[in-house]
Write a protein of this length. Structure first.
Ligand code: AMP
Ligand code: MN
Ligand code: MN
Ligand code: MN
Length: 280
């Protein structure tokens, strides 16, 4: 099964519409797809319809920003009811601080000689409630402050660098519950990307499970083969199902295209097997 259960549209920080993503995914051989915009499910109806039009099966999706042990962790939700008010209200609250955060980011960038970043980032924003660091990164490349987005995140917008504004997102418990109360499955996104100690990572997986989380991304665009092998072991250790997703954002920025991922390692339960009755 070519499942790709993680990507972003213009409804968050991707550059393609849900329809363009669906066409690209189907063209790359994806059979089961989910659009997982950050803290937002406004694209779900369009994505489901576009999946159908392109002959793909579909699972509802989102990627919720969570603060755990002082770090930002991303929790992917799959197969939940997109009309559930607990999810809708929870995501609205999670998006709430982005505007003020963006203005502070711009103020910091102005202090290091990069004026106009708020307005500049806004030009790339498709959803006014979802201004993100990715939109600032595109502006910083546009004005020549950096050559590409990886360089932006090395020099700006990250802890200790200009333009970094710490932010408190949803709690792990709330995010997992919004997903599971709506009949979906919560998945820890790209676990290798967090700067946790072994103890903190163990706490993340333990607490995630205790709150009802059931999956982990093993194969993702941001894992190396060694990292996938490592988190296949973690999935087995914690009895979690395994997910697979490119985390595709843009043809110009993403190194892993939709559907172009290695298969899940042997011996894991694919998360979509647990979601069979949620697939549309
Ligand atoms: P935000 O939710 O506003 O904090 O923005 C987070 C987004 O920034 C992520 O979803 C990625 O799309 C992007 N991002 C964060 N770190 C990096 C990085 N090192 N390289 C490229 N993109 C990044
Ligand atoms: Mn993103
Ligand atoms: Mn993420
Ligand atoms: Mn993502």
């Amino acid at each position: 099964m070519n499942a790709d259960l993680h990507c972003h549209s213009v409804v968050s920080d991707g550059t393609l519409t849900p329809e363009e993503l669906a066409e690209r995914a189907a063209g790359n051989g994806v059979e089961l797809w989910a659009l997982t915009d950050h803290d937002e499910i406004g694209g779900q109806h369009r994505a489901a319809a576009a999946a159908r039009a392109n002959g793909m099966k579909y699972l509802t999706g989102t990627e919720i920003s969570v603060t755990f042990a002082g770090e930002t962790v991303h929790i992917v939700g799959l197969g939940f009811d997109a009309g559930d008010t607990r999810m809708l209200e929870g995501l609205t609250a999670t998006r709430g601080g982005r505007e003020a955060r963006a203005r502070e980011m711009a103020a910091q960038l102005a202090q290091v000689g990069i004026p106009g970043a708020y307005e500049g980032a806004l030009k790339y924003v498709g959803n006014p409630e979802l201004i993100s660091r990715t939109h600032f990164a595109r502006f910083l490349v546009e004005v020549g402050a950096c050559k590409d987005t990886p360089e932006v995140f090395r020099k700006y917008l990250t802890e200790g660098k200009p333009g970094y504004v710490p932010h408190r997102w949803a709690s792990l418990k709330d995010a997992v519950q919004w997903i599971t109360l709506g009949g979906g499955i919560a998945v820890i996104a790209h676990p290798a990307r967090y700067k946790f100690t072994a103890n903190e990572e163990y706490a993340l997986f333990s607490e995630f499970k205790a709150h009802g989380g059931r999956g982990v991304e093993v194969v993702t665009g941001s894992h190396t083969a060694a990292e996938a092998t490592r988190y296949a072991g973690t999935a087995k250790e914690f009895g979690l199902a395994a997910s697979r997703g490119s985390d595709f954002h843009s043809p110009d920025e993403s190194h892993t295209d939709l559907g172009k991922l290695p298969p899940l390692p042997e011996g894991l339960t694919p998360v979509w097997e647990l979601l069979a009755d949620r697939i549309r």
